[in-house]
Design a protein. Structure first.
Lengths: 387, 324, 331
């Protein structure tokens, strides 16, 4: 007895179909005679008898069987081999299609956008994310939003306080000013400036240049500061980590601008070189740009000294914190009418109080005073600002 | 600790290991008489003779294949490829023989082979000579792929390579040969598959390797002024890849930027990013950002080339995006 | 039929070779049957008709010599003495195989017997053999390396780069490698004449200053005589040598090469007149040491041994799942 198998005829062949038996069941076959034609994935091939004897077909035509399976015997099947059966197709049982599932109640389909971290915290703390307002890109709920929601929810309804999580920017500012105040030895020098002629100049410039340019007191202050720094470069630079002081040859003023998110300082480059009209235009562009968040990152970088002006408020005088690694900052209040003595007479003049905060590692009281007195001299002789 | 260049670190390690182990020998184009294109093998022909320092013809398929045969017979060949671009004619040898022969022999043989040389781009060498092949080789099991960024790691990783049992794709960078740094003396090794936290920080994890590490550190310096503290990781080896250290960092920072010089598709950064998603999904507060080379063959023109490869500012911008 | 060289080999050895050739033939035929039954997967390249080349060459080597082979590697492995059960088990993908079932037909290894393996990329193993030969001299030994490959590999860059290196290193006596070209006339279905601008393959080694010659690859005695002289010379000089053996495969390129449209049956029949088993049988009958009864005994012995190998392979367990990640790295 010899087995005839479905042969593997190709590297990837796993099954084959018997297209036709060339010999009948029970017929005598000789070694080398063609027994059947089979169909593989690539080609049709004939299989030959490997020995002589009587053919006993085990698998009928038309059937597909795996490689290696016995499809016939030569010289008798084993006793238990089944007789061949015609491949009778199973009648397909008719069954109605399953009923369509009942339409589910409409679900709120708005997917909440939240970061995985925010989702995890929300799940752990039982927060319904649909009630949290997202402040990430595209309104994504991020960690801080869930934490803020939890803080708000934890506060008793009748509480007479609220705890606020500062914005990332305010947190950054907090770090910088804390570090500055802790590590930079500040000292302060204050003076008063008679602004009468400066205000006159401002009015004249407005008249001459019109609303389009709109020179402000702040512009005069920036110009005066820049020119004074040019003469007193001891405050124009950066304190470096190794304790050295890098004194810059160019004067770039940081203009402190208060926005709802916190203080930011766009940089007025080469402020000492700009004629007043250009300076006014550029300062306005920077301040408006800072409010509108449309300045580029590099427009905030590289200040050598800063100016903070609270003149728009009812503030007469204040001292500012230095922005490291700069070595100084000038703070201006609002010019106010004050009774002052001039040539032995009491007269009313607009007086501006200026305070410079300086890093004591870089300069001392005398140095800061020289700088401040120069600012004062320029503002009181404002023709020097337009020369 | 001695202060030395990346080049000196490589050369001194070769000398120390060749003095110690007679099985170590060198093959490559112009490594002997010419002293090596980047002078890593300077003076070695004189010191060890032509049987141990073999100047080969321009025939990478042949001599890399031969080096694999030497390794099979128990030697420890170190092949210098003049640049990794020239390894491609030998890719069949490296990928089909060196990487796999241990496996398909059922563990009967080892291929203790080191192939080293400059990988990467950035000096106007144009398309055929400017590319980073780490993910190409990193794709294949059986290879080790390492990318030292500092002189100390150049020494420590090379020594580990020379004492291991596996074929090592040792990717140097042409821009780094002159970089100086402290290098521990003596029998200093750096294990494969251990990333280094080069700069700790708490706001964002920046993952880099090879030349990109130096750019990432420069970007981190810049970002400090904005109050952003980057944790900068140097992968050091890509295969094995130390996702444990990366994941540990991201679990603290919740944000990640991955930097690579090579093309974006199917790159190392994509692999690291996928690993972060798999391990840290619930820790992420923003999608992982990739900073990669542009998806073009490297152009020659200086201005176009500058647009092609990552720089500090693009890394800083990516950090700002994940912090939004 | 061309005249056979006089017998210079002891009759006992010839008889032993006869047994080996018959056994290898029966083994290869069994692998084809096992493939058809789906017991062997992947590619299967048998060397039916080519057996005299590995037998002749490997009979001249010392146990400490090494060799590299293409993917048609079963016979080389068997004649080197590797257990047939382990070879069959490897083809069956079983743990008891030469490579724990992880290599298969194309990657038989037995490093303890100097068998540095079968390789599946045409020509890809030739540079390895050149480097291995260098290593043998570098280590101060007089061992030699044999590298077997087919006519198809003669047109691969790997052959030419490796041959150039062998020529260079051979000048210093640092490259004791024998290139054994098993020219079986066809690279798969493309004849040598259609593939090689210089069909006399041995001559192509002239370009690399490697001494070379052509020899009959069907008569094992001829192969042996050439191999003995060449291997001795290479061992003595440390210089490479190339031998183009003219042989023929009666089987298809692989088990899927069913119709062989590149050659006709008459050509195969002509070559069958020079079947290496037939040629050796003729010598033995002429010497009076083989008759029908002995031949029948050898055939039965060979069949039994093949069936033992199949039984071993069938009984051997599959590699356990933990084998999957083993042997990727060594350190």
């Amino acid at each position: 007895m010899a087995e005839v198998i479905m042969p593997k005829m190709g590297d990837a062949m796993t099954q084959g179909k018997i297209l036709a038996w060339r010999k009948r069941h029970g017929e005598r076959v000789d070694k080398g005679e063609v027994l059947a034609e089979i169909e593989t994935d690539k080609v049709n091939v004939e299989i030959e008898a490997e020995s002589s004897g009587t053919l006993h077909i085990a698998v009928p035509e038309g059937q597909t069987v795996p490689v290696g399976q016995v499809i016939a015997y030569i010289d008798g099947p084993p006793a238990q081999a089944p007789a061949p059966q015609a491949a009778t197709p199973q009648p397909e049982a008719f069954a109605p299609p399953p009923p369509a599932p009942a339409p589910a109640a409409p679900q709120p389909s708005e997917r909440v956008k939240a970061s995985p971290l925010a989702r995890r915290i929300a799940a752990e703390r039982g927060v319904d994310l649909s009630r949290v307002k997202g402040t990430g890109p595209g309104g994504r709920i991020v960690e801080r939003d869930v934490l803020a929601y939890l803080e708000a929810a934890a506060a008793p309804a009748e509480a007479d306080y609220e705890d606020l999580t500062p914005s990332r920017m305010r947190q950054a500012i907090a770090r910088v000013v804390t570090q500055s105040k802790q590590q930079v030895p500040h000292f302060y020098v204050t003076t008063e400036v008679d602004m009468a002629r400066a205000l006159e100049l401002k009015d004249q410039l407005r008249e001459a240049l019109g609303e389009e340019v709109r020179v402000t007191v702040n512009d005069l202050l920036l110009k005066a500061t820049a020119l004074a720094l040019r003469r007193h470069l001891q405050l124009n630079g950066h304190v470096r980590e190794d304790g050295t002081f890098r004194r810059y040859r160019r004067v770039h003023l940081g203009i402190m601008v208060a926005t709802p998110d916190g203080l930011i300082a766009p940089v007025l480059r080469d402020a000492d070189q700009l004629p007043l009209p250009q300076l006014a235009r550029e300062a306005r562009r920077l301040i408006e740009g800072a409010h509108a968040k449309r300045l580029r990152q590099e427009e905030y970088a590289g200040a050598t000294f800063s100016v903070s002006n609270l003149g728009m408020y009812e503030v007469t005088q204040f001292a500012a914190i230095i922005n490291p690694p700069q070595a100084g900052i000038l703070a201006a209040g609002r010019a106010q009418e004050r009774a002052v003595v001039r040539s032995g007479q009491v007269v009313v003049r607009p007086v501006l109080q200026l305070t410079v905060s300086a890093d004591h590692r870089v300069t001392d009281g005398a140095g800061a005073a020289e700088f401040l007195v120069e600012v004062k001299r320029l503002l009181e002789n404002p023709i020097l600002l337009v020369l | 600790m001695a202060e030395m260049t990346y080049r000196e670190a490589l050369r001194s390690t070769l000398v120390e290991e060749m003095d110690r182990d007679p099985r170590v020998l060198l093959l490559g184009e112009d490594i002997g008489v010419y002293q090596g294109t980047f002078r890593v093998t300077e003076g070695l022909l004189e010191r060890y003779g032509p049987k141990r320092v073999i100047d080969t013809p321009i025939s990478e398929l042949g001599f890399i294949g031969a080096a694999i045969g030497m390794a099979l017979l128990g030697l420890r060949p170190v092949v210098e490829v003049m640049t990794w671009n020239f390894s491609l004619p030998a890719a069949d040898q490296i990928l089909q023989n060196a990487a796999k022969v241990r496996y398909f022999s059922g563990g009967q043989v080892s291929v203790p082979l080191v192939i080293r040389g400059p990988n990467g781009a950035g000096v106007q060498l144009s398309a055929q000579h400017s590319q980073s092949l780490e993910s190409f080789y990193g794709h294949f099991p059986g290879l080790r792929v390492v990318t030292p960024a500092t002189p100390a790691d150049a020494k420590g990783l090379l020594r580990t390579a020379l004492r291991g049992q596996d074929p090592v794709i040792f990717l140097e960078h042409a821009a780094l040969y002159g970089v100086k740094g402290p290098v521990p003396e003596g029998d200093y090794t750096v294990p494969f598959g251990k990333a280094a936290v080069v700069r700790p920080g708490r706001h964002v994890t920046v993952v880099a390797y090879s030349r990109m590490l130096h750019l990432a550190l420069a970007a981190a310096d810049e970002l400090v002024r904005e109050g952003v503290e980057c944790e900068v990781l140097d992968l050091r080896s890509l295969r094995p890849l130390d996702m444990d250290t990366v994941a540990e960092s991201v679990r603290r920072t919740h944000r990640a930027v991955v930097v690579q010089e090579q093309w974006p598709l199917f790159g190392a950064a994509a692999e690291v990013a996928a690993g972060i998603y798999e391990r840290c999904f619930d820790e992420l507060d923003a999608p992982v950002e990739r900073v990669t080379g542009a998806d073009v063959p490297a152009p020659y023109a200086r201005n176009l080339e500058k647009l092609t490869f990552p720089d500090e500012e693009r890394i800083a911008q990516a950090v700002r995006r994940v912090l939004q | 039929m061309q005249h056979l060289q006089p017998v210079t080999v002891p009759v006992d050895t010839l008889l032993e070779w006869y047994r080996t050739l018959v056994f290898c033939r029966r083994f290869e035929e069994q692998t084809e049957r096992s493939f058809r039954r789906g017991k062997i997967g992947g590619y299967l390249h048998v060397a039916i008709g080519q057996e005299a080349v590995p037998l002749g060459f490997l009979s001249t080597t010392r146990p400490d010599d090494v060799f590299f082979v293409s993917y048609r590697d079963h016979v080389h492995t068997l004649v080197r003495g590797t257990d047939p059960g382990a070879v069959m088990a490897e083809l069956y993908g079983k743990l008891g195989g030469t490579c724990k079932g992880k290599g298969g037909s194309m990657h038989l290894f037995d490093v303890a017997r100097g068998n540095y393996g079968g390789y599946g990329i045409v020509g890809g193993h030739i540079p390895l053999a050149v480097g291995a030969a260098y290593a043998l001299r570098y280590q101060g030994t007089d061992r030699v390396c044999l590298c077997f490959f087919g006519d198809g590999a003669m047109n691969s860059g790997a052959l030419h780069e490796a041959a150039n290196l062998a020529g260079l290193w051979g000048r210093e006596g640092m490259c004791p490698v024998v290139f054994v070209v098993e020219n079986n006339r066809y690279g798969m279905g493309t004849s040598v004449e259609r593939a090689s601008a210089v069909p006399e393959l041995a001559r192509r080694f002239d370009a690399y200053d490697i001494p070379n010659e052509r020899c009959d690859g069907m008569d094992v005695v001829t192969v042996y005589e050439v191999a003995r002289r060449v291997v001795d010379q290479v061992r003595r000089t440390g210089r490479p040598y190339a031998v183009e053996t003219l042989t023929y495969r009666f089987s298809g390129h692989g088990a899927a090469d069913l119709f062989q449209p590149y050659r006709d049956k008459q050509e195969v029949e002509r070559w069958r007149q020079r079947d290496p088993i037939l040629l050796l049988e003729k010598r033995l009958r002429e010497a009076g040491v083989l008759d029908d009864r002995t031949a029948q005994e050898v055939a039965s012995w060979a069949d039994r041994r093949v069936q033992e190998a199949v039984a071993f392979a069938e009984a051997s367990p599959e590699p356990p799942p933990e084998e999957l990640y083993r042997d990727v790295y060594g350190s």
